[in-house]
Design a protein around this ligand. Sequence first.
Ligand code: ASP
Length: 356
Amino acid sequence: MIDSNANILLIYTGGTIGMIENPVTFALESFDFVHLKNHFPEIDKFNFNVDSIVFEPPIDSSGISPDHWQRLLKMIEDNYDQYDGFVILHGTDTMAFTASALSFMIENLTKPIVLTGAQLPIGKLRTDAKENLITAIEIAADKDNIGQPIVPEVCIFFQNYLLRGNRTVKVNADNFSAFKSFNYPYLAKSGIQIRYERSAILQPNFDKKPRFHYLVDTNIIILKLFPGITPAVVEAILGAPGIKAVILETFGSGNAPKLEWFIDLIRNAVKKGIIIVNVTQCAVGCVEMQRYETGNELLKAGVIGGFDMTLEATLAKLMYLIGHKYEVSEIKVRMRVPLVGELTRPEDRENEKLYF
Ligand code: ASP
């Protein structure tokens, strides 16, 4: 139910949605918000208020950084009380990273923050921008029959599906259907109506104010395993100066080669206080290191399991936890429990029919 007093804030950061073609190179380039608005007269047709603010200059999201997340967070915090919901227009390339980061940076979020964008610029005839943007705005304004927002989460709306931000990955560089949430049900599906999966949506404490957390630490590295990886490569990555955490992208349910040099390097890094989190290279499923002997070796070396977290969520969670200077032992505990619905332990998986 959308009430006509709703106030929505649209934050334009850039991305394909607002880009135009360079007449010489034909490459898509970021363009200003006036251009986007000119192609979106529908913005004045909502029966509620939609205001907008702009990132200057708008950027291609491949250039997004934690500084931008902090700027976005400040925009949301400064406007939190005046608006019922927020829509962030963002490039698709790193949308899942930004959504993941914001989900950790806002504790007890009580209003919707919906990220969306497009695969084709809004000026193109076949654009997917309008449908994405209009529905994202409606979702941000939607309330239940006691006046509470239906989706008080950081989420991504794209091509008919509303997905939890910290569960989402970009899977397609060509199709309109660019995002998937492999390990968690969708939060809503839009057709003639928007159908919400209420049991899948987080419920905050509406009586408590949210808290905004700005600190992030970027001393994190990703080590992706591949057959033939050499000691020199692993040593160089684990020995990178200043590194505080490593995301180890393993095979299957969390397996790594059972090589003595490899396990020794991992064990030594853990002993030095580096946090090593095991996530799987598979899109679907969960890390369970005890399932195979190879994974078990990692467990014994002090690696912690990331369960079914996406790489994007794991990175954002580590940046947030390390940024807030928790003890290493405390971070290891927090990495294994869901803070904002970013992971599910295997025994808690249900509703599989809604996964795709
Ligand atoms: N490169 C663009 C960006 O992420 C792609 C997009 O928006 O779809 O900003």
